[in-house]
Design a protein around this ligand. Structure first.
Ligand code: SF4
Length: 318
């Protein structure tokens, strides 16, 4: 079993996986998926934007950056009762994890107090908690851990080589540092990337090699397809082919066999058939609910119908 779990993946080895014939790639991904998971089980997370827009960062894909005119209005941090009402609704719709996202470069200590109260409240409702708040110091990560935070999301987004084309306001190294603070605090790590931003397949391989070579693999790996939002610098990027997205999922599954691989942003543009292939490639988590922060997501009824058609069930464990 341990031979499957490696932390020394090179970009070259991962590029060789991308180059496999599709049936071979899918077979390898399926074999590992079935070894470590029930292939019928899909973990369901709900994502709430607790503080929307007005972000000082310049991530080229993001409608929440204050630098781009995307029509997203900057809001204040939501209040606790509103967040808890959304968490109760998420639990009633079958979610097992509730993710709270704030468009900050990094949280101020005062904001962190408010988020810690949200984490405590959401846990009391019986949901796993996840937060994505930007960069964290060691002591901020420790505070979130003592509030009971289960997961922290901080994506690497892309390869170190391509990163400068997408973000200039924080470094790749700073991202890795936040991940190590989260890990050191004992919080489980949710970390993935985005495909379709103009990166090459080698960039995708480098991103996966970086994730799979962390001292511990992230417990959750969200794979996003770029949502081309009007007003962002990437609005006119060429569309991503669905099979390239499926390949990314399969390679993530092979290199991080025990991670939960999440179909994240961009799922609305995938056909049912492409989503079915993504599940076959080893995806075993989705975001559920009509919105993903500020972009739309498939309607819950469409997800329920697709899961029923494919014989998939919601798993309670993260
Ligand atoms: S991705 Fe996050 S950090 Fe980057 S601009 Fe958007 S909200 Fe800000």
């Amino acid at each position: 079993m341990t031979a499957d779990i490696r932390h020394d993946w090179t970009s070259r080895e991962v590029a060789a996986l991308f180059a496999l014939a599709f049936p071979e790639l899918m077979f390898r991904a399926q074999t590992l998926h079935r070894k470590y998971f029930d292939p019928r089980a899909v973990q369901i997370s709900t994502l709430l934007s607790i503080k929307t827009g007005g972000c000082p960062e310049d991530c080229a894909y993001c409608p929440q950056s204050a630098r781009y005119d995307t029509g997203v209005k900057a809001g204040k941090l939501m209040n606790l009762p509103a967040v808890l009402a959304a968490a109760r609704a998420a639990r009633e719709s079958g979610a097992s994890r509730f993710c709270m996202g704030a468009a900050w470069r990094e949280p101020r200590d005062r904001d962190l107090d408010a988020v810690c109260a949200m984490v405590e409240g959401v846990r009391a409702i019986g949901l796993e908690t996840c937060a994505t708040l930007g960069m964290l110091t060691e002591s901020q990560a420790a505070r979130l851990k003592s509030a009971g935070l289960d997961f922290y999301n901080h994506n690497l987004d892309t390869s170190a080589a391509f990163y400068g084309e997408i973000i200039t306001t924080r470094t790749y190294h700073e991202r890795l540092e936040t991940l190590s603070h989260v890990r050191a605090a004992g919080i489980r790590v949710c970390c993935g990337g985005i495909v379709g931003m103009g990166e090459t397949e080698d960039d995708r391989a480098e991103l996966i090699a970086t994730l799979a070579s962390l001292p511990e693999h992230p417990e959750s790996v969200p794979i996003n397809a770029l949502v081309r939002v009007e007003g962002t610098p990437l609005a006119n990027s060429p569309p991503l082919h669905a099979l390239d997205f499926v390949r990314m999922i399969a390679v993530a599954r092979i290199t991080m066999p025990k991670a939960v691989i999440r179909l994240s942003a961009g799922r609305e543009d995938l056909t049912d058939e492409a989503q079915a292939l993504a599940f076959l490639a080893g995806a075993n988590s989705i975001f559920y609910g009509p919105r993903l922060l500020t972009t739309s997501n498939p309607a819950e009824a469409r997800d329920q119908a697709l899961m029923a058609r494919l014989g998939l069930t919601a798993s309670q464990s993260g």
